[in-house]
Design a protein around this ligand. Structure first.
Ligand SMILES: Cc1cc2nc3c(=O)[nH]c(=O)nc-3n(C[C@H](O)[C@H](O)[C@H](O)COP(=O)(O)O)c2cc1C
Ligand SMILES: Nc1ncnc2c1ncn2[C@@H]1O[C@H](COP(=O)(O)OP(=O)(O)O)[C@@H](O)[C@H]1O
Length: 359
């Protein structure tokens, strides 16, 4: 047992989900893995110790973590997770994500070398590596970029029900948007959110020939501040339906000079009928471009069609298809237990284990 074995790992109440794709698209800070052989992965990490406040995942939570690990086929199965194991997973790893220095750390400055975070749907294990100081765990901390911005909804989901998509736009933002900071945007992806489909201005189908399902105000309001306005792509499902490719526009539609921010999803699928009132779930996995103004309706339509084609292509890339098939995404997109969505208390570890065991 190494030094870390005596102390404990923490488990947070939050969830986040990052893909290797998100890491590829941006230059995230390199995770230092001092002393770790990439394949053998068992070298000592003399300076890596568990900090105060970490708890050993024993009892029900420990069992949960083991089951999650087993379900994922990670190397954690059957062993008590320790920071060394957190750090030894080869990169890129979909559940081991670099996190920015954590401000909630007792000594944030010391974490500048990187924080590691293993994430399963509900549980998050975190440890930080620093060449100068021992690791620090955050038992109750959310992973940076995780859904702590989604305070009143079920873990991992931004959602709500309502009747309109609103958010007061600063005037300066109604024009063309600057390229969002990749660091800010991509750290949030994949970003999951859900909500009841509400009515918009009815332009999508009629004027553009491209219907876009609108999310309610609460969903738009709960978007992480780091997710800039712009055009994104990802996966979507409606009600109990299958997962389809989608593009989503987040912002003020400068062409129409909307006064309220909205989030509008076009799903690349032909539906038999409208689905107002249904629960729409989306996983935003990538960014396409900022919102723009256009000289003509034709130019707007042509840009949106270009986005759709580009999104289709990108979503066919192996990393995206892999994500689509990922258990985590299936759990988040699937319908069993949907009645629980929105009630944090119903996302008990036992329900989560039950869901994993269903797969
Ligand atoms: C992929 C995509 C890209 C879009 N890009 C822009 C854009 O660059 N500028 C803009 O003003 N609106 C853009 N929109 C928003 C459309 O203008 C909007 O969906 C349309 O006004 C329909 O709105 P409605 O559902 O409220 O009727 C985009 C929508 C989608 C789906
Ligand atoms: N492929 C699709 N993607 C998105 N919405 C669709 C699609 N097919 C049908 N719809 C329906 O069309 C509605 C959007 O049409 P739209 O004309 O943009 O109206 P609104 O402005 O009310 O959103 C959605 O709410 C949904 O019910």
């Amino acid at each position: 047992k190494g030094k870390g074995g005596k102390k404990h790992l923490g488990v947070s109440e939050n969830s986040a989900f990052h893909s290797p794709e998100a890491e590829k698209n941006v230059s995230l800070p390199q995770i230092p893995t001092p002393g770790i052989h990439p394949r053998k992965g068992k070298a000592a990490i003399p300076h890596l110790r568990l900090g105060a406040g970490l708890r050993k995942p024993n009892g029900r939570r420990g069992a949960l973590l083991e089951q999650c690990a087993q379900a994922r086929g990670t190397r954690w199965a059957g062993v008590p997770p320790a920071p060394a194991r957190l750090c030894r997973a080869p990169r890129p790893h979909p559940y081991l994500v670099p996190q920015s220095p954590a401000s909630r750390s007792p000594d944030a400055a010391s974490e500048s070398s990187g924080t590691f975070c293993w994430v399963s749907g509900r549980e998050t294990l975190a440890a930080a590596c620093s060449p100068h100081r021992s690791a620090v765990g955050h038992p109750s901390a959310r992973p940076p970029g995780g859904p702590a911005e989604l305070p009143h909804v079920s873990p991992g989901w931004s959602g709500g029900q309502g009747t309109a998509s609103t958010a007061a736009p600063p005037d300066s933002r109604s024009g063309p948007q600057p390229e969002p900071e990749a660091d800010g945007v991509m750290r949030q992806l994949p970003y999951f959110c859900r909500g009841q489909v509400v009515r918009g201005f009815g332009r999508g189908s009629k004027q553009l020939g491209i219907p876009t399902a609108n999310f309610p105000e609460q969903v738009v309001d709960n978007l992480p501040a780091d997710i800039s306005t712009g055009i994104y792509y990802g996966w979507a499902s409606v009600g109990n339906g299958d997962v389809h490719k989608m593009v989503v526009s987040i912002g003020w539609n400068p062409y129409y000079k909307n006064t309220k921010k909205s989030m509008e999803t076009h799903i690349m699928h032909t539906f038999k009928e409208d689905f107002y009132g249904e629960i729409l779930k989306v996983a935003i996995v990538g960014y396409l471009r900022p919102e723009k103004n256009f000289d003509s309706l034709e130019a707007l339509i042509s840009a949106i069609q270009g986005d759709i084609e580009e999104a289709k292509k990108r979503l066919d890339l192996p990393e995206h298809l892999k994500l689509k098939e990922d258990k985590e995404l299936k759990i988040r997109m699937c319908t069993f237990g949907q009645e629980h969505l929105g009630k944090v208390q119903d996302y008990s570890p036992l329900i989560w284990v039950w869901k994993l065991s269903m797969l």
